[in-house]
Design a protein around this ligand. Structure first.
Ligand code: ASP
Length: 417
C-alpha cells in the first residue's frame, strides 16, 4: 500500500529497474522466453490501452484547445512560434550529431564483414512530397479509424477553428460537447497511467531479454556517439533554451515530465506516450490545454530532435564504415534530409530506422548499411524517443510562457517568490 502512495514517477522508475533486472537474470538462467512470451503480455496490455485513447484524446484535445484559442490571429501566432521552435531545435540536434560523428569517427576502421543484410525492414519510406500530401485526409473518419495522426490533427484543427466561426447556439453547444469529451478522455488517461509502472516493467524486460547486452559491443563507439549527442542536446541545448528564453527551471520541468519521459523510454513511441505527455504538461507543469493541445500532438509526430540527431549520426556512421568520404555539400544534404526524415517519421517504434533510407538515397550510400545498425536500434530508439518527448515538452512550456500564461509551475522564479 505504501508503494501505491509513492509518486508515480518513482513507481515507474522502480518498474524500469526491476524490468531490466528480470531480463538480465532471465538471460543468465535461460528463461528469456518466459519473459518475452508471458511477462510481455502486461506490456502489450498497457501499450494497447494507450493506443486506445490516442485518437479520441487528440481529436477532443485539439478541438477544445482551438475553440479556446478564439481567433485566427492567436492561431497564426501560435503556429508560427511552434514551427520555429520545432525546426530550430531539430537543426541544433542534427548539428550536434554531425560535429560528434566527425570528431569521434565511430565507423572508421570498424570491421563488420558486411554480411548482416537487413531483414524485416521495409525500406520504402514515403517521399517528402507524399508525406506532405497525406496530411490532408481524403476521408477524415477513415484516417481516425486507421490511427493516422497527421491527417487527424489537420482535420481537428480546421474543425475546431470553424466552430469558433459559427453562430450560437451551435458554437456553445459544440464547444461544450468537445470540452466534455476532452474532460472524460483526460480522466480515462489518468486511470490508464496508473498502470504505467507495470507496463513499463514488462516492456523493458521484454526488450532487454530479446536484445541482450552483448549486441552492443561491436557498435559501442557508434552508440556512444548517439548517446553523447542525445545527452548534450537534452541536458545542455534544450535546458539552456528554456532557461534563457523563458526563465523556466529545467530541473523543475524535468521532474514534472519524468513519468512521460520514462514511458517514452520504455514504449519507444512518442504517439503512445502522448496521453502522459499531455497529462504531465497540464497537471504538473501547469500549461493550459489551449497551448498543449496544439503543440503536443503535432510535436509527437513532427518534432523529433532525438530522431533527427540519430538519423544524421547513423548515416554518417554507415558512410564511414563503407569508407565513403562525404564532401561538405553532401554533409549539408545529410543535415537537410535528416531534418525531413525526422519530420516524416511516425511516432512509433523504429520509425526512424526506416527513414534513414531517405538520407542514404540522397547521398548515394548503400541501403544495406541499415543492416549494420539494426542490432542496437531498439535501445537507441528508447533514448531518442525520450529526447523527442522532452523537446516537445520544452517547446510547450516555452511557448506557454511567451503567451503570458500565469499558471506555470516550472518557472525558475515563480511570481509569488
Ligand atoms: N520511436 C521514435 C518516436 O516515437 C521515432 C523513431 O523511431 O525515431 O518518437
Amino acid at each position: 500500500m505504501k508503494l501505491l502512495k509513492m509518486p508515480l514517477h518513482w513507481q515507474i522508475f522502480i518498474g524500469l529497474i526491476t524490468g531490466v533486472a528480470l531480463a538480465v537474470v532471465a538471460r543468465f538462467f535461460h528463461f528469456e522466453t518466459f519473459v518475452t512470451d508471458q511477462v510481455a503480455i502486461l506490456g502489450t496490455i498497457f501499450l494497447r490501452s494507450l493506443k486506445m485513447i490516442i485518437v479520441p484524446l487528440i481529436v477532443s484535445s485539439i478541438i477544445s484547445g482551438v475553440t479556446g484559442l478564439g481567433d485566427a490571429e492567436n492561431f497564426g501566432r501560435l503556429a508560427a512560434k511552434t514551427f520555429t521552435y520545432y525546426i530550430m531545435t531539430s537543426i541544433f540536434a542534427i548539428l550536434t550529431g554531425l560535429v560528434l560523428v566527425n570528431l569521434i569517427h565511430p565507423g572508421v576502421g570498424a570491421n563488420f564483414g558486411f554480411h548482416q543484410a537487413p531483414h524485416n525492414i521495409n525500406t520504402s519510406a514515403a517521399t517528402f512530397k507524399e508525406t506532405l500530401l497525406r496530411i490532408i485526409p481524403t476521408n477524415p473518419l477513415a484516417s481516425m479509424v486507421k490511427g493516422e495522426i497527421l491527417p487527424t490533427i489537420f482535420f481537428s484543427l480546421l474543425f475546431g477553428f470553424f466552430i469558433t466561426r459559427t453562430s450560437d447556439p451551435y458554437r456553445t453547444q459544440l464547444t461544450n460537447l468537445f470540452e466534455g469529451i476532452f474532460r472524460v478522455m483526460m480522466k480515462l488517461t489518468h486511470f490508464i497511467i496508473l498502470f504505467a509502472p507495470i507496463g513499463v516493467f514488462a516492456l523493458i524486460a521484454k526488450i532487454i531479454a530479446q536484445t541482450g547486452l552483448e549486441a552492443f559491443i561491436p557498435l559501442f563507439k557508434y552508440m556512444l556517439t548517439v548517446l553523447l549527442g542525445l545527452i548534450i542536446h537534452a541536458t545542455v541545448t534544450l535546458p539552456l533554451i528554456i532557461y534563457l528564453l523563458g526563465g523556466i527551471s529545467p530541473l523543475k520541468h524535468f521532474k514534472a515530465m519524468s513519468a512521460a519521459l520514462m514511458t517514452a523510454f520504455s514504449t519507444s513511441s512518442s504517439s503512445a506516450t502522448l496521453p502522459l505527455t499531455i497529462d504531465n504538461i497540464e497537471n504538473n507543469a501547469g500549461v493550459s490545454n489551449k497551448i498543449s493541445s496544439f503543440v503536443l500532438p503535432l510535436g509527437a509526430t513532427i518534432n523529433m530532435d532525438g530522431t533527427a540527431l540519430y538519423e544524421c549520426v547513423a548515416a554518417m556512421f554507415i558512410a564511414q564504415v563503407y569508407g565513403i568520404h562525404l564532401s561538405f555539400v553532401q554533409q549539408i544534404i545529410v543535415v537537410v534530409t535528416a531534418l525531413l526524415a525526422s519530420i516524416g517519421a511516425a511516432g512509433i517504434p523504429m520509425a526512424g530506422l526506416v527513414m534513414i533510407t531517405i538520407i542514404l538515397k540522397a547521398v548515394g550510400l548503400p541501403l544495406e548499411g541499415i543492416g549494420l545498425i539494426l542490432a542496437v536500434d531498439r535501445i537507441l530508439d528508447m533514448l531518442r524517443t525520450s529526447v523527442n518527448v522532452w523537446s516537445d515538452s520544452c517547446g510547450t512550456v516555452l511557448i506557454a510562457n511567451s503567451e503570458g500564461e500565469t499558471g506555470l509551475k516550472v518557472l525558475n522564479h515563480p511570481p509569488s517568490e
